[in-house]
Design a protein around this ligand. Structure first.
Ligand SMILES: [Zn+2]
Length: 231
């Protein structure tokens, strides 16, 4: 079934130039050994758990809930549902996915299957090398995200396994109290993927997403290699 599958990489390469959540430390890499000097090359790297294309575990917002290493592998390979609102969002940094848009999506494509990864394409990935445009100004974060009603519907009525987006966060930048993270998705045990890219290459339905997240023991999240398979 997968022999002819197309593989799409949804991951931003992870290096020191990556746009961070304002105030979070940039990743660092230190060369420890080199081929010329030691016969082999290796570095020590350090990164904030929520760097670049990354995964949020429920314990990121809810104490005592699952950490990254406790997420079952089964939950990391999911049918992908791609809701594309980029045409409507345009340059509106405060746009959110509405419940009406989810219903329109189902009218056009059929019912969203239970247990899917819901990936929101806002078009914001276009700005992911421009800190001010992608994140907003320090103290005034501005980027699109999931609206509360839409998130509630996807979590409660469509039993989503996870939510993903091509912006810095699932909650829009203006939602300073993170209502989706703190009241809807993480309390229900869902994971998130943030700072995805290449969502434009995926069909609305029919692809699979494979979340290659590091199983950091006790981790609140981790950079992840996120791949989509189109059968
Ligand atoms: Zn995160």
């Amino acid at each position: 079934m997968l022999s002819g599958a197309k593989v799409i990489d949804l991951t931003i390469p992870l290096g020191s130039a990556i746009v961070m959540w304002p105030g979070a430390p940039a990743p660092e890499a230190e060369t420890l050994v080199t081929v010329q000097h030691d016969g082999y090359f290796a570095r020590r790297v350090s990164f904030f758990e929520h760097t670049g294309t990354h995964f949020d575990a429920p314990c990121h917002f809810i104490e005592g809930r699952a950490s990254v290493d406790q997420i079952p592998a089964q939950s990391l390979v999911r049918p992908a549902v791609v809701i594309d609102i980029s045409a409507r969002v345009g340059s509106d940094a405060d746009a959110v996915l509405t419940l009406e848009e989810v219903r329109e999506f189902e009218k056009a494509h059929g019912r969203i299957p239970d247990g899917a990864a819901i990936l929101l394409r806002t078009g914001w990935e276009e700005f992911n090398t421009d800190e001010l445009r992608y994140a907003g100004a320090p103290g005034d974060l501005r980027f699109p995200g999931f609206g509360v009603e839409a998130a509630k519907f996807l979590v409660e009525e469509r039993k989503a396994a996870g939510l993903g987006t091509d912006t810095l966060g699932i909650d829009p930048g203006i939602a300073v109290d993170f209502p989706v993270h703190s009241q809807i998705s993480h309390p229900a045990g869902l994971w998130h993927l943030e700072n995805l890219q290449n969502l434009k290459s995926l069909p609305a339905l029919g692809a699979w997403v494979v979340v290659g997240v590091l199983p950091l023991v006790g981790g609140s999240g981790s950079p992840a290699r996120v791949l989509a398979l189109i059968p």
